[in-house]
Ligand binder design. Structure first.
Ligand code: 5GP
Ligand code: MN
Length: 326
């Protein structure tokens, strides 16, 4: 059922033991919005646990509020009366955390993906919000007083999902929310530093390796590269260290669509797609079983060879790009 924010708030107030979950391969919005809603519900006296069903990349821990996040293992066996799923367009996005849900269907789903399937009992999904953390902020400011810890995790979600306030979805509401959060003590500098300036020498070596695989097609409008399992092994990097790499490909002048293929774990290839100004990449990945936003989307393919995934995704993207031009 599609719900209003008032409706969602009523449901949240009834919770006694709440589970808040984000998606696998978490980004700053999943991490920030889950941490924020957990802090908000705890301020209301709810026994709330925030769970990310995958390892949280280490650099997010520099933002204090993210340290309340738990793994599935850490809260397995705990009983919850309410489950809230954030920033996830379908139930498969929460991975193993599905086993923690008290019922098959989450009680509340809050999201901003155009591809959201409406899989909760109550669904509030609005792609006009630049980040799920913006939705959490709308809820939080009606319910609790803010402190720096809370304001900062919300700002983390907004900043990361807007590319630090540079994507097309950024408007006066985004800046107004950021200003409100700054007034409550949130600082953008430690967030930017943690998220954008955490690369180690081995990550840079992996980035160099990635750029060796760069291909440019469609008259310069499509650029793609890959990180293979072997490259990860050779450089001693984890898959999470490829965060931000696809943005480096999009940074090429004239490129409209950038794709990064990451082969991890072996037998699986994740394609991250980014577009610059007109191409709807969420439409492209939908045909491949993925999801996301018009300018940032992804899909995971189970294929024996990395090259099989590359051929398939590039083919679909190339024809979508050509259609766009005609
Ligand atoms: P990324 O490319 O950074 O993994 O993800 C970009 C956007 O697409 C994010 O909003 C993410 O939630 C979404 N996304 C990435 N992979 C998938 C997928 O396999 N399925 C769905 N539904 N969404 C995805
Ligand atoms: Mn998001």
């Amino acid at each position: 059922m599609r719900a209003s924010l008032d409706h969602v708030i009523e449901q949240l107030k009834r919770a006694k033991r709440a589970l808040i979950v984000g998606h696998v391969r978490p980004d700053g919005d999943a991490i920030g919005s889950v941490a924020a809603l957990t802090l908000i519900l705890r301020k209301l006296g709810v026994a709330a646990e925030g769970c990310i069903p995958d390892r949280v990349p280490w650099f997010y821990r520099e933002i204090p509020g993210t340290r309340i996040l738990r793994t599935v293992e850490e809260i397995r066996g705990r009983k919850f009366d309410t489950a809230i799923v954030l920033d996830s367009s379908d139930l498969s996005r929460i991975g193993d955390a599905v086993e923690l849900l008290p019922r098959e269907e989450p009680d509340v789903v809050l999201d901003h993906h155009v591809t959201n399937t409406g899989f909760g009992a109550l669904n509030f999904c609005d792609p006009d919000y630049a980040a799920t953390a913006m939705i959490v902020h709308e809820i939080g400011k009606r319910l609790v007083p803010y402190d720096r810890e809370l304001a900062e995790v919300i700002l983390l979600g907004i900043a990361t999902d807007t590319g630090f306030f540079k994507y097309a979805a950024v408007d006066d509401r985004t800046f107004a929310a950021a200003a409100e959060l700054a007034r409550h003590g949130a600082r953008i500098q430690p967030i930017a530093s943690a998220v954008l300036e955490h690369r180690s020498p081995k990550t840079i070596r992996l980035l160099v390796e990635m750029f060796r695989t760069l291909r440019i097609e469609a008259g310069g409008r499509l650029a793609y590269a890959y990180v293979s399992a072997e490259m990860l092994r050779r450089t001693g990097c984890d898959e999470e260290e490829t965060e931000g790499f696809v943005g480096e490909i999009r940074a090429l002048h004239g490129v409209e669509v950038a794709i990064l293929f990451t082969e991890w774990p072996e037998g699986e290839v994740h394609a991250s797609l980014r577009s610059k100004s007109y191409m709807d990449v969420s439409r492209v990945v939908r045909a491949l079983g993925g999801g996301g936003h018009p300018r940032a989307a992804g899909c995971t393919l189970k294929v024996p060879r990395l090259q099989d995934a590359i051929t398939r995704v590039v083919e679909v993207t190339r024809s979508a790009l050509l259609e766009e031009v005609l």
